[in-house]
Design a protein around this ligand. Structure first.
Ligand SMILES: NC(=O)c1ccc[n+]([C@@H]2O[C@H](COP(=O)([O-])OP(=O)(O)OC[C@H]3O[C@@H](n4cnc5c(N)ncnc54)[C@H](OP(=O)(O)O)[C@@H]3O)[C@@H](O)[C@H]2O)c1
Length: 297
């Protein structure tokens, strides 16, 4: 017997079926596509950006449905103010898209301490700042949906993306705990794991200084990424469509990969991890044998 996951639930009847979204990094790429898609279906959008002038195309098209708010996700104060302003305008927050982020390319050893700390400040501590600012609202409402911005690099990595992947793995780990903490409070959580997507991500990439020992690995991969055809990158609008399907679902997924590359790479990583767990199971479980006096000596 086959079972089907229902992904096309009716929109919530409460609040006239209109949701209020709180989206970080709404100036560009996936955040902009999500803001546009939500506004186009008649939802309210609090669109957050470091430079609100970059939100003009959104506000000009969608008028009062889109609230342009200045916020750097590294600032807890900016986010608290943005939440207050959103509540004054729309009265509630239904979907939080923890989307803002950027990449760092280079071998783990090549990336400086400052580069590593900077990317964690935005991609991890920024995510935490957003959660701390918005969760009191969602808990008080007894409902809402958190979308955590990860990547297929939250499940797998290759040479050159170690620090970027470390930030996304951090988001995935904290979200695995968060989902159980929030479920009894009526708040849903979905980790979004895009594959390569046609956004400003690559032009906003931080790049580490190079050590020649990493030319055969890191630089070779950098070259192959640079040579990818445009067709290797999914459209941000299609990613937004997938995210809307997850938000509309009766039972949203905990993880949503977008694009064939993400699905393929994540499946390969999970298969390999499971195969290795199996191959080493005897050694792993031999640790369970009762402790003897000689072990304690
Ligand atoms: N594109 C991909 O291939 C891909 C794949 C997997 C995951 N992702 C993830 O998707 C998310 C969105 O990236 P994107 O691809 O849409 O890239 P993008 O076009 O470069 O957009 C990134 C957005 O994040 C904002 N941002 C960066 N740092 C910020 C900060 N400190 N405070 C507030 N906003 C900040 C940027 O704002 P400014 O305009 O102010 O710079 C921009 O709006 C990221 O978390 C990224 O890791 C992307």
């Amino acid at each position: 017997m086959t079972t089907h996951t229902k992904t096309t639930a009716a929109r919530p009847a409460a609040h006239g079926g209109v949701r209020t979204w709180f989206i970080t990094g709404a100036t560009s790429g996936i955040g902009l596509a999500l803001a546009r898609a939500a506004a186009e279906r008649g939802d309210n959008v609090a669109a957050l950006a470091r430079r609100t002038d970059a939100l003009a195309p959104l506000t000009e098209t969608h008028g009062p449905r889109v609230l342009a708010l200045a916020a750097d996700v590294r600032s807890a104060e900016d986010l608290r103010t943005a939440v207050t302003t959103t509540l004054q305008a729309f009265g509630r927050i239904d979907v939080v898209a923890n989307n803002a982020g950027y990449g760092l390319f280079g071998a783990v050893e090549e990336s400086t301490d400052a580069q590593a700390r900077d990317i964690f400040d935005t991609n991890v501590f920024g995510v935490l700042n957003v959660l701390r600012a918005t969760l009191p609202v969602l808990r008080a409402q007894g409902g809402g949906h958190i979308l955590q911005g990860s990547s297929y690099y939250g499940q797998t990595a290759h040479p050159g993306v170690g620090l970027l992947a470390a930030t996304k793995y951090a988001v995935e780990g904290l979200t695995d705990a968060l989902v159980g903490e929030l479920a009894p409070l009526g708040v849903k959580v979905t980790v979004v794991e895009p594959g390569p997507t046609a956004t400003a991500f690559l032009s906003n990439l931080d790049v580490a200084d190079t050590l020649t020992d990493y030319d055969p690995t890191v630089r070779a991969i950098q070259k192959s990424i640079g040579e990818l055809p445009a067709s290797a990158f999914n459209s941000a609008d299609r990613v937004a469509t997938a995210v809307l399907a997850a938000v509309d679902a009766d039972r949203p997924p905990l993880r949503l990969a977008t694009g064939t590359t993400a699905v393929t790479e994540i499946r390969a990583a999970l298969d390999a991890r499971l195969a290795e767990l199996d191959a080493w199971e005897a050694v792993s479980t031999a640790v369970d044998t009762p402790t003897t006096q000689s072990d304690q000596a």
